[in-house]
Design a protein around this ligand. Sequence first.
Ligand SMILES: Cc1cc2nc3c(=O)[nH]c(=O)nc-3n(C[C@H](O)[C@H](O)[C@H](O)COP(=O)(O)OP(=O)(O)OC[C@H]3O[C@@H](n4cnc5c(N)ncnc54)[C@H](O)[C@@H]3O)c2cc1C
Length: 666
Amino acid sequence: MNSKPKIGVYVCHCGINISKTVDVDAVTEYASQLPGVKVARNYSYMCSDPGQLLIKEDIKKQGLNRVVVASCSPRMHELTFRKALAEAGLNPYYLEMANLREQCSWVHADREEATAKAKKIVASAVAKVRLLEPLEEKEVEVEPATLIIGGGIAGIQAALDIANAGYKVFLVEKTPSLGGKMSKLDKTFPTLDCSACILTPKMVDVASHPNIELMTYSQVEEVTGYVGNFQVKVRKKARFVDVDKCTGCGICGEECRLAGRIPNEFDEGMGKRGAIYLPFPQAVPAKYTIDPERCLFLTRGKCGKSPKCVDACPAGAIDFEQKDEIVEFKVGAIIVATGYDVFDATRKPEYGYGQYKNVLTALELERLVSASGPTGGQVVLGEGESAFVPKEIAFIQCVGSRDKSVGNEYCSRVCCMYTAKLAHLVKEKIPEANVRVYYMDVRAFGKGFEEFYDRVRREGVRYIRGNPSEAFKRGDKLVIKAEDTLTAKTLEDEVDLVVLSVGLEPRKDAREIIDLLRLSQSADKFYLEAHPKLAPVDTATDGVYLAGCAQGPKDIPDTVAQAKGAASSALILLSSGKVKVQAQVSSVDEATCRGCGYCVEICPYGAIELVTVNRFGHKVTVARVNEALCKGCGACAAGCLSGSIQQKSFKDSQILPQIAALGVKQ
Ligand SMILES: Cc1cc2nc3c(=O)[nH]c(=O)nc-3n(C[C@H](O)[C@H](O)[C@H](O)COP(=O)(O)OP(=O)(O)OC[C@H]3O[C@@H](n4cnc5c(N)ncnc54)[C@H](O)[C@@H]3O)c2cc1C
């Protein structure tokens, strides 16, 4: 270092968290004798205002040029103390933290041994701090626009909040319409609001908002760049319908040769559509789409003499020449709101789903009870002469949730309440029906949930505590085998309809977004937030936020609340106009780099690229770090085969003396 070190060491008691096990007076006295240390003090809470003031005054009055704070993990308070240094006029990167709490007092019981270890930790921090260099925090401009991926209620809410604040939103939805799963629901618990009535106005607002560019039937193909400056490529898939001309009149759908012959995804395959279709009556945009995998003309090149939709469309909107379109734009922030899949009930073959027609999933029952569903809201099973109204109905809870055998240990949080809702709706439509629910325990934790559960039981729905082992066919009936764990009796219950309360799972295509945005997954495979309590909508990628069931199972109120949280995080970034990027980044010594590219492979943030430079008249390949993308994880520095990459504040020349001071042989 250029100037003589004048180091201040500040030992924190952390209440009694550290001082109960470590003799802080002895550590302070020891620190005061270390080379270069000008002042050493201890205080009950160094992170408090008076604690920070001690440091600031010493910097100013004693001319300190380096500071060691011996307290907790740098994850807790490194930023607090960096700020204190900056406020006292010192470069904030002249700070080193010695972790006496997590790495010493919390993990040791013997006071003497803990104190001896604390002294070593402080000595090693002092050895390093004298070698630290000043770093500069750079700022980059923020593009005042947001990309939202997923047009369910989470994406819709986030889009409206950001657009209403005056910022541009690009909303990309994979399917032909906005709405997500909420658009499939009939009523919503616990208030029994009509789902479409509260959702459709928001869908229409999105489509007509001047600040929102809606891209349905589209997919994000590439995201490059970094916080504040993401470059996005979206594929708008060909609908083979000119959306500017299509009026949504529906004549094409009626005329299609395959009308009423293709299972409609919106009705969970129970209703039928044609090869040209509107997914559901309230779809937004109300524009028809041709299914390229089913359309006779697109798959066989022939549809009768000529495609009937072309002849029928009064607006001349059908366009078989249409091609996918790639659009590119720049955004400052990204919100991932891609939602969930319901558990595939065939993975629990003991319940007979896919084998017996009268075993349905709860989402299928949602479509049956819905007025816009395949039966116009009638709970009817079978077709034609064999159609009948089920009178004995059983729900089985926790299918695919809280179940280690299928790898889902978590609770899906919505099934107890949607079952209560569906049981109520079934009783409303078939008052004489006997409805029972087989459950492990009922989780009615939200506002109004317990009251709703009580109401449903008062309406005559029976709750039987027991997890059925199987459902099998006996004559026309299905038989549920279970043990009522409250009476310890084994049951064989004959029913007409079994409804499986399927859990919520990460989407099968979740990997696509992980690869695009370098997200992580939690143990349950939903996208991982930066911190479960303090940063629940942030991710490890700066400028990328999570909303709704993409992050984990949740109901609509929680989804909307989280979407608002994600929108406000994006808005904070956009409205600040600039963002600071990490200063402790890696840098490459281009004179020694061999350009092997190993660092490019191991960098988890895609922050390193190979470039060609001129070295003594020869063109050579070397690695170069994009400082805006680098997160300072150090993987490249550790992996570099020629030692050409060093991470600022963690250079070999800084770390090796630190290790030596611990008494570790190298
Ligand atoms: C049977 C059942 C009944 C329910 N009943 C209720 C109820 O009564 N009350 C209640 O509060 N909650 C209920 N829920 C929960 C409710 O469905 C969720 O809370 C809500 O749908 C979550 O919304 P979301 O936007 O996070 O996800 P989703 O609704 O899943 O929306 C995600 C959207 O993202 C799109 N998408 C996915 N991947 C991509 C991609 N890569 N690119 C572009 N777009 C993409 C999808 O197509 C979809 O439109 C119920 C759930 C089930 C299964």
